[in-house]
Design a binder for this molecule. Structure first.
Ligand code: GAL
Ligand code: ZN
Length: 667
């Protein structure tokens, strides 16, 4: 369990590097990530490669016992390269080039840029091939940041046509699968299909979905180019730093070429810019543990291995709309929280606040004058505590389905602005986590043998193959909870000929009669055994088969008296379908029922902001709030901390979650 840091020696005079390395070592830092935006320094003019500065920095860090993760510097092609080859630039949907002057301006499908990438990555990998301090590589930096997965340039247009030609038998097949008779959208050749550029009305949803898939595949190919070259030169791990709650890049696909999945975590920014609802003061100070945790669990489960947090918020940041100081201890808390979810290393971004450029308002572990900032002591404490911990595997009995095709398909036709795929998924995740349960966030194609329960919210695109897999999971005694809008469409994004849930209808034991959507502030009600529960945004009226149990009935509107939630049992297995967007009480009913059926242990309901993470008998208790809680565990089991869980604090105990009890009320 290690702590690391992202460092930019190229921003500072060489005389300073030594004291930087010494202070890193003093803080207990083990890994240093370097060079992700350094192309302009490595190759100041075409063909004149200069690694001397990087050699010196790597050697110096190595002298202090630090290990280096190098990055390919391709996120920032230098000005001379853009001037020589302006065709490498991305374009907006309206054709406007994404010009030089920030970062991520290159197109993944530019053959010229791929050649330049091959050149710079090969030189760098060859240069560091035998360096013992270089332990691994990060490809590029945050593929797709600043909305750059989807490019609309001419190179992408031709590449899209080729991608379609490889996918479909012929253009008639494409016309058939998309359904292009609607509004006379038939194509006569693959070349005639261009990227979805501005149109008077909405785009065809099947064309959009394929464009989104194509755009992700373009990044997959570009990442593979890096990974292959790096592996040709050394026996290193290859990773990429993904972003949190990030829609446009399919992490599952990119990760097939990586040894290690990593991601960048900025909790106080995420609650502001990628989540519904206004953040509370506590969330502005520490973030939302379930928002962060969902990304940790996705990264861990993606390659079924420990992951890294490659960039961890070090203090206040520059990019959200507001930039509060994190709570005291929050930077330590985030490192522990990540490790509890299965991270093996957490690297703070960045070492030192920058004097120049776009991120002057972004904290580092050090201030710009070299004095220690708030994050430094948190990082040092975390490093000391975590180096003493020997944590095992995260063993989750519950799988939560997550996939990008469903996200994109629902996103293309949300049918209510509030129907956000990721928010919907997160509400199920939150309910599970509030019961102290470990969750693997997996792609629906993942083998399900190791799971007792599967939760599948928004499983919108379903074919018979997936329906068959889920049926055998339930037939083998698995417990399945399926959320609204499932089984509606084919993988090509057309409605099934049969009523929803289409191929799942035999398994679930009903069909959807009607669906309707509402603004978020409208509360819908359903009845479960005489108790009323709230739902919002989405409602379906279900027509159950005779053997299907009705769990909840609508009690409002024209659907009153119609089933909203149903259950069918098959041997020891069961499938529950929830045809509304459930609010927290109904969610808790649904997940506790699921867990009980699967004989999965769970805790009493945890206070908001307090979460439990278990790694093989060792449990992290984290508090993302400014309140204090009492923990009831035997003193002999306490590994880090005490029986009082303070504000933004963490306690680690050698016992399993369901044996821990925490006062629900703050002290
Ligand atoms: C990340 C990015 C870093 C830096 C950081 C600031 O998204 O990878 O280079 O910009 O945000 O918080
Ligand atoms: Zn392009």
């Amino acid at each position: 369990m290690s702590i690391g840091v992202c460092y930019f020696p190229e921003h500072w005079p060489r005389e300073q590097w030594k004291s930087d390395a010494r202070q890193m070592a003093e803080a207990g830092i083990e890994y240093v990530r370097l060079a992700e935006f350094s192309w302009g320094v490595i190759e100041p003019t075409p063909g004149n490669l200069d690694f001397s500065w990087l050699d010196e920095a790597v050697d110096l860090l190595a002298d202090y016992g630090l290990k280096v993760v190098l990055c390919t510097p391709t996120a920032t092609p230098p000005k001379w390269l853009v001037d020589d080859y302006p065709e490498i630039l991305q374009a907006d949907a309206d054709g406007t080039p994404r010009n030089f002057g920030s970062r991520r301006h290159y197109c993944f499908n530019s053959s010229r840029y791929r050649a330049e990438t091959r050149r710079i990555v090969s030189s760098m990998a060859a240069h560091y091939a035998d360096h013992p301090a270089v332990v691994g590589w990060q490809t590029d930096n945050e593929f797709g940041c600043h909305e750059t997965v989807r490019c609309y340039c001419e190179d992408c247009s031709s590449a899209f046509s080729e991608w379609l030609a490889a996918k479909y038998d012929d253009v008639d097949d494409l016309n058939e699968q998309w359904g292009t008779t609607f509004w006379s959208q038939q194509y006569t050749s693959f070349e005639a299909v261009d990227p979805p550029r501005p149109t008077p009305a909405d785009h065809h949803p099947s064309r959009l979905l394929d464009y989104y898939r194509f755009a992700t595949d373009s990044v997959v190919g570009y990442n593979r180019l890096h990974a292959d070259i790096i592996r040709e030169h050394g026996d290193w791990f290859v990773t990429h730093n993904f972003m949190g709650d990030f829609e446009t890049l399919d992490m599952h696909k990119v990760s097939t070429d990586l040894d290690l999945v990593s991601w960048d975590s900025y909790p106080t920014g995420f609650v502001q810019d990628r989540r519904a609802g206004d953040p509370s003061m506590d969330e502005l100070r520490a973030g939302d543990p379930d928002q962060v945790g969902l990304n940790h669990d996705l990264c861990r489960a993606t390659n079924d291995a420990p992951f890294w947090v490659m960039e961890q918020q070090p203090g206040d940041v520059n990019w959200p709309s507001h930039c509060p100081q994190p709570g005291n201890g929050a930077m330590r808390l985030w490192a522990h929280h990540a490790v509890g979810h299965g991270a093996d290393a957490v690297l703070y971004f960045r070492w030192r606040r920058c004097l120049e450029g776009q991120e002057q308002y972004h904290a580092g572990l050090l201030k710009q004058d070299g004095s220690l900032d708030r994050g430094y002591s948190d990082a040092r404490t975390a490093a000391e505590e975590l180096s003493a911990v020997d944590a095992g595997h995260v063993d989750a009995s519950v799988a939560l389905f997550h996939d990008y095709d469903n996200w994109w398909a629902i996103g293309a036709q949300p049918h209510a602005p509030e129907f956000d795929y990721w928010e919907h998924l997160r509400c199920y995740y939150r309910a599970l986590r509030a019961r102290g349960v470990q969750v693997d966030v997996v792609h629906p194609d993942t083998p399900l043998e190791d799971y007792d329960a599967v939760v599948a919210p928004g499983l919108h695109l379903v074919d018979t193959k997936l329906a068959d897999r889920l049926t055998s999971f339930v037939d083998r005694g698995g417990q399945l909870l399926v959320g609204a809008r499932s089984g509606v469409k084919t993988p090509a994004n057309q409605l099934h000929e049969t009523l929803a849930p289409g191929p799942l209808a035999d398994l679930t034991g009903f069909v959807v009669d009607q669906h309707e959507s509402f603004p978020e502030d409208i509360t819908l009600t359903v009845d479960v055994d005489g108790d009323e529960y709230a739902a919002t945004v989405w409602a379906e009226w279900l027509n159950p088969d005779p053997q299907t149990t009705v769990v909840a009935m609508h009690t409002s509107g024209p659907g009153a008296g119609r089933p909203a939630v149903t259950r069918t049992n098959r041997g020891d297995g069961s499938v529950t379908y929830c045809g509304v967007w459930p609010e927290s009480e109904l969610l808790d009913e649904l997940v506790t029922d699921l867990l009980s059926r699967g004989r999965i242990e769970f805790t009493s309901r945890l206070p908001d902001g307090v979460r439990l993470n278990e790694r093989d008998g060792l449990t992290w208790i984290t508090n993302f709030t400014s309140s204090t809680f009492e923990i009831d565990v035997p003193t002999k089991d306490i590994v880090i901390g005490g029986r009082t869980l303070g504000a933004y604090d963490v306690v680690v105990v050698s016992t399993v979650p369901h044996q821990i009890s925490i006062s629900r009320e703050a002290l």
